[in-house]
Design a protein around this ligand. Structure first.
Ligand SMILES: [Fe+2]
Ligand SMILES: [Fe+2]
Length: 328
């Protein structure tokens, strides 16, 4: 072990005790901080079993947080991802932290999916995550507003996917009254991966400040179908998941893409996704456009004739309610 006096707080990250679960073997070394001094002593080496008794002893000493080395942050995040369901059920976890953990973990996983969209391993990480997120939203639907506050203000396709997924699950639960967990999981999964096809569109096109040429727009329009085939290479898709990924740009006036479906042929879940997708994109900052307020966004969307299912858009406005006035 290093001399504790040589170590500074800049080298360590605090982790709340709830993020070290009894009955697991954390893959990273855990440290204790001695008083207010910047002194850290090794509490247990990496790959040491941690149990209830150990937690009880720490709590008995008034310890609320352990520390991990900065360079172990990735390994600890992975540990959080693997134990997320237990962590967010843990009574020790401070209020509001469950939403933050689910949001951050989802963003991290989606970033990996976008970095390497052909990896079946990354796609396989999405489903268990969505399961945890759905349980958390079902248990506490107000999670949505906590997440709205947490949501990244800067548009990134991977955070956009997390935002759309959370909005889709919450809207389906509260407005469409879909109470079945596995149905909500399919909806959440589709939302999470709805734009995965954009990972194959060149960044210069996605981030282009000016209007797209016809060729560039044609390339963007391929993302629902390329996304579908990316996911289908690794997993059989249910009809809900496939509908969200394939048809979230279809328009009730038949002028959407990729299939130019007529209103009655667009699955309802895809019509919902179309509304929430546009709302999230317009309320976050892009490199080419500043975020609009929820109120301004909804006013613009109301005027976009033929783009949205009116009943769903009105339901979404009511769903946001006073929250719609929040500026993000
Ligand atoms: Fe899209
Ligand atoms: Fe999208």
């Amino acid at each position: 072990m290093q001399n504790p006096t040589e170590q500074t707080s800049a080298q360590f990250l605090p982790v709340h005790l709830a993020l070290v679960q009894p009955g697991t073997v954390p893959p990273v070394a855990l440290y204790l901080r001695a008083g207010a001094e910047e002194q850290f002593t090794l509490y247990c080496a990496a790959h040491t079993a941690f149990d209830e008794e150990a937690r009880g002893r720490l709590l008995g000493r008034g310890v609320q947080a352990l520390y991990v080395r900065m360079e172990d942050e990735g390994a600890h995040s992975q540990y959080i991802e693997q134990n997320l369901a237990a962590i967010i059920r843990d009574d020790l976890l401070p209020p509001g932290e469950a939403s933050r953990l689910v949001y951050e973990t989802s963003s991290r996983v989606m970033q990996h999916v976008f970095d390497d969209p052909r990896s079946g391993k990354n796609i396989a990480r999405v489903e268990p995550l969505v399961r945890v997120a759905v349980r958390s939203i079902m248990k506490n639907p107000d999670t949505l507003w906590e997440v709205t506050d947490l949501a990244s203000h800067d548009y990134q396709t991977y955070t956009h996917c997390v935002n759309v997924s959370v909005l889709l699950v919450a809207f389906s639960l509260k407005v469409l009254d879909i109470q079945d967990a596995s149905a909500l999981e399919s909806i959440g999964f589709g939302g999470m991966l709805h734009d995965v096809g954009k990972s194959l569109v060149p960044a210069e096109i996605l981030n282009k400040a000016g209007p797209l040429t016809d060729e560039e727009f044609a390339e963007v329009q391929e993302h629902p179908l390329t996304g579908l085939s990316l996911v289908e290479q690794h997993r059989e898709l249910g009809s809900t998941e496939a509908a969200i990924i394939r048809s979230h740009h279809e328009r009730p006036d038949g002028r959407g893409y990729p299939d130019e479906l007529q209103y009655q042929d667009i699955p309802r879940v895809a019509r919902v996704a179309k509304v929430l997708d546009c709302y999230d994109a317009m309320t976050t900052d892009h490199c080419y456009a500043r975020a609009r307020s929820p109120f301004e966004t909804l006013s613009i969307m109301k005027r976009m004739d033929g783009h949205f299912d009116e009943t769903i858009l009105n339901g979404f406005i009511r769903f946001l309610g006073p929250e719609g006035d929040r500026s993000r």
